[in-house]
Ligand binder design. Structure first.
Ligand SMILES: Nc1ncnc2c1ncn2[C@@H]1O[C@H](COP(=O)(O)OP(=O)(O)OP(=O)(O)O)[C@@H](O)[C@H]1O
Ligand SMILES: [Mg+2]
Length: 400
């Protein structure tokens, strides 16, 4: 069975890919040319009838008009969800946007060198592999835990604050929680928890065939809450080298072992964030109280819808919800077109707690902002948080 199908009339390009991949016989094949100019849905039906099983990757183009290539990509995405589609076309912001909308995972230039072609196909094949393994198995062997990814279009909007407090809250209530710091360049979750991690994500993606047991050895423990943490790499250069697909695989493996995997991210929809979103069950979206953030937030929601990230449950958090900046919650809801689930007030307790490395739900559990953060935890936990007197954490801390 062919793992990679080239949907291109360009024989020279196909030969070049064949040589670049140097794959065993039969692994790379070409879609018959007559199929390529058919109506997209019919083309896909014809192809699937010929395939024994869906290939891992279909590369569409070059040599097809953009519209034809994108329609074919869209039809493949819709009808053969196991297969990952790569578009081979001259990259431009416009083509990227249209490609994303059509469900294409990557755009590669037709004149990309052999290494770039190989890398694009390998990345797509890894994504296909994850897509297959992420699908729930009938015997229930798929990921058991919830994967909660915290996302925001803008830097400094409170992702790390929310991710660390949510993770600590869930760990305190339910145990069995791990926080993954996927802000690969500037992750600061460890510092917000006063941890000095020995191992990081760099170690977690090093193994070609990682397993949950070897990953668990790389986690740091936050003793005050029982939370486990997979820390971000030590420096930005190291961070840049983390393959997004492998980070997502690590997250999935952790979800087999932990009930909750909370993922902190960098601003926007970076490559690593998108890879995590593909395996996520829940999305915590953070908006802050200013016009650029609200606009960015609206674009983020639109982009997520366009790229088909619609299966995750969405939880919308408005941070610094009480800031007097001439915006009302209702204005924001109207602008972004979604309801706000949790409002976090501004609080001096937050920077104080960050500076001391103790999350506010532990440090100042009576603060209104800590109560609001526990309301977010309520959306995931089965056990309610104790409200007055600091609850679980208050008790724990007094014991010390
Ligand atoms: N509700 C709040 N009240 C007061 N300060 C807050 C609040 N939320 C966040 N902050 C402060 O804002 C700053 C940015 O927060 P945080 O680090 O959580 O944002 P981030 O989205 O993770 O940023 P980055 O994009 O840099 O990772 C921190 O100094 C934090 O203490
Ligand atoms: Mg952060």
């Amino acid at each position: 069975m062919s793992r990679i199908v080239l949907a291109t009339p360009d024989a020279a390009f196909a030969a070049r890919v064949d040589a670049a991949l140097d794959a065993p016989d039969g692994q790379v094949s070409r879609a018959p040319e007559r199929v390529l100019m058919m109506d997209a849905a019919r083309a896909v039906d014809t192809l699937t009838a010929e395939w024994e099983a869906p290939p891992e990757v279909v590369a569409v183009g070059p040599g097809l008009p953009d519209d034809v290539a994108l329609r074919l990509a869209g039809a493949l995405d819709e009808r053969v969800p196991e297969t990952v589609v790569v578009l081979v076309a001259e990259p431009s912001p416009e083509i990227f946007e249209r490609a994303l909308r059509a469900g294409v995972r990557d755009v590669v230039a037709p004149d990309a060198d052999d290494a770039a072609l190989r890398a694009a196909v390998e990345k797509a094949a890894e994504a296909a592999e994850r897509r297959r393994s992420a699908r729930p198995e009938p015997d229930g062997s798929g990921p058991a835990g919830r994967i909660i990814v915290v996302v925001s279009p803008k830097g400094g909007s409170g992702k790390t604050t929310v991710a660390t407090n949510l993770a600590v809250d869930l760990a305190g209530r339910e145990g069995d929680t791990v926080l993954v710091d996927l802000d690969v360049q500037f992750g600061d979750a460890s510092s917000a928890l006063q941890l000095l991690p020995e191992h990081t994500l760099t170690d977690a993606v090093a193994a070609r065939e990682p397993d949950a047991t070897s990953l668990k050895v790389l986690l740091s423990k936050h003793d005050a809450s029982g939370l486990y943490v997979l820390a971000a790499p030590h420096d930005p250069v190291e961070g840049e080298q983390i393959p997004a697909e492998r980070a997502a695989t690590a997250i999935e493996l952790l979800a087999k072992e932990f009930r909750y995997v909370v993922v902190d991210t960098s601003a926007g929809l970076a490559e690593h964030t998108l890879a995590a979103l593909e395996v996520a069950s829940d999305l915590v979206l953070i908006c802050s109280m200013d016009v650029p953030s609200v606009q960015g937030f609206r674009k983020t929601i639109t982009a997520l819808d366009q790229i088909g990230m619609t299966s995750q449950a969405r939880h919308v958090v408005l941070n610094r919800a009480d800031a007097r900046v001439g915006l009302e919650t209702s204005d924001i809801e109207r602008t972004v077109g979604v309801a706000i689930d949790v409002e976090l007030p501004s609080s001096r307790s937050i920077p104080l707690s960050v500076n001391q490395g103790v999350p506010v739900v532990l440090q100042d559990p009576r603060a209104p902002v800590a109560a609001a953060l526990r309301t977010l935890g309520d959306r995931f936990a089965s056990a309610p948080a104790e409200r007055e007197g600091g609850g679980l954490f208050g008790r724990r801390r007094r014991k010390r």
